[in-house]
Structures are given as C-alpha cells and as structure tokens.
Design a protein around this ligand. Structure first.
Ligand SMILES: Nc1nc2c(ncn2[C@@H]2O[C@H](COP(=O)(O)OP(=O)(O)O)[C@@H](O)[C@H]2O)c(=O)[nH]1
Ligand SMILES: [Mg+2]
Length: 249
C-alpha cells in the first residue's frame, strides 16, 4: 500500500543558528500509514539558513528572493504542501521554540478525522522564558479572537499548527506580514474544526524575534478587521458534500 504523506513546513528568516536543531528533531516514522517530509520556506534569508537546512536533511526548500513576511511564507507553505501531495501539513517555527517531538500529538486529532485545524497550545501546556509583555500580548490577541469567533481559544498566536488537506486547500491568509489571527478566523468561519493540544514551549536562546510591537499591532488589527468583514462560505460543508457526491456516482 502506498503511504499517505505528512509535510512538516517551516517558515524561516535568518535561522542558521536554529533550523538544523528543529529539522533533526522532526519524528519521521511515528505512524505506519504516513511518510514524513520536511519543507523549508526560506523568506529571503541573508545568512546560511538554506545550506544549514539542506545539510540537516530538509527534503524541499523554497526560497523567496526577497523578504516577503511571515504571512506570505505560511501561505506559500500551505500551497507547496498541496503541490507536493501532502494529505496533512504541519507548520512549525524554525527557531527551536516549539517541540517537534510533539508533532504526533498535534496531528493526532487530524489523523483521527476529528479536526481539520490544530494548534500546539502553549497556554494549555507549559512555557519557559516568555516575557511578561509577550504573555499579555498573547492573552489580548487570543481574547480578541475568542470574542470574534464566539468560542474559547487558548493560544491564538501559536507557531505550531496542523492542517487537513481540505483546510490547506481552502485557507486564505489576507496579509503578508503575519498569519496568526487571520488564518484562524478564516478557517473557523469556513466551518473547519479546531482543536488545541497542550505543548511545551521554550523561548529562543539564539537569534532574534521579528516582532516589533508597533508594527505588529498596526498591521494585525486592520487585517483582523478586514478578514472579519469578508463574506464567508462554509467551505468545509461544501467539500464534504462534493466528496459524498463523488462517492455516490
Ligand atoms: N517568512 C518569514 N518568517 C519569518 C520572518 N521573521 C521571522 N520569521 C520566522 O517566523 C518564525 C517565528 O518568528 P519569531 O521571530 O520567532 O516570532 P516570535 O516567536 O513570535 O517571537 C521563525 O521561524 C522565524 O524564522 C519574516 O520576515 N518572514
Ligand atoms: Mg519565535
């Protein structure tokens, strides 16, 4: 039997110090029905990210010639996963803050067919080294999403997220700067089922966070507003109907 495919993708910008550690820790043989491949989206890095990722065993590397932003990189990651034939995709930051060992946990609800979109949730799990202002920022943006979506969310800014094929095909990320909130609003409003799984998180010890408070707030808030005003179509239900119809002919 040919195996199904999981692609682990990493948006990376100048992560030469961290990315090999993440790639090396990706579990490759955790499910008998799935093969696992690693895809790096290199967003115009000016350091040795690409060479280091290749040496560490990345199966696919897609590079933007110039820096486009994390939203653009995740959008490209989802698109490439589909083109490469992934049945399931999972993104994980390339900075060694999230635990690749927990990829199986974060994907379990999708493999079981119970969810279409999953987060590794830091606030349901445990956190080492997050500064107070970052913690407060995370609470605020998570609360905002919970209010807008009228459902509880624990960690709306997680950098570790799993996707069913259907969710990957229909996800829309409306700005290039970031994906965190607009992607969740987009998928949940389309009817995709979200589940959060506790993970352990350790703040980076090397390299720098790209987040600058003012730029983040002034980009993310208008994008959330714009996403909320977009008309939604219940893509998940439409995909299910299509599958049923195909099966019955
Ligand atoms: N595509 C892209 N990725 C970026 C950029 N800046 C950072 N990243 C990547 O996005 C992930 C999260 O970035 P990070 O700066 O650690 O954000 P933080 O964890 O929220 O502080 C890491 O894998 C970075 O390499 C960027 O300009 N473009
Ligand atoms: Mg980070």
């Amino acid at each position: 039997m040919t195996k199904k495919k999981i692609i682990v993708f990493m948006p990376a910008h100048n992560e030469e110090e961290n990315i090999s550690g993440v790639i090396a820790r990706v579990p490759r043989f955790f499910h008998p029905d799935y093969e696992v491949e690693v895809l790096v989206i290199n967003d115009g890095s000016k350091d040795r990210t690409v060479a280091v990722a290749k040496a560490a065993g990345a199966d696919h590397i897609v590079s933007f010639p110039h820096n486009q932003g994390l939203g653009a990189a995740v959008r490209e990651g989802l698109k490439q996963c589909c083109l490469l034939g992934a049945d399931i995709g999972i993104m994980i930051d390339a900075d060694n803050e999230y635990p690749p060992e927990q990829i199986p946990d974060v994907l379990a609800p999708i493999i079981a067919g119970r969810a279409d979109y999953t987060f590794g949730s830091r606030f349901k799990g445990n956190i080492k080294g997050m500064k107070l202002h970052r913690r407060l920022g995370n609470y605020t943006f998570t609360l905002l999403q919970a209010i807008l979506l009228r459902r509880w969310i624990y960690d709306g800014q997680s950098g570790m997220r799993g996707f069913s094929r259907d969710a990957m095909e229909n996800a829309v990320i409306i700005h290039d700067y970031n994906y965190a909130q607009v992607l969740t609003i987009n998928l949940v409003r389309q009817g995709y089922r979200l589940e959060e799984i506790p993970i352990s998180y350790q703040v980076r010890t090397k390299g720098q966070s790209f987040i600058k408070f003012r730029q983040y707030v002034s980009s993310v808030i208008p994008a959330i507003y714009k996403e909320m005003r977009r008309p939604v179509s219940k893509k998940r239900q439409a995909s299910l109907r299509l599958k049923r119809d195909e099966a019955s002919v």
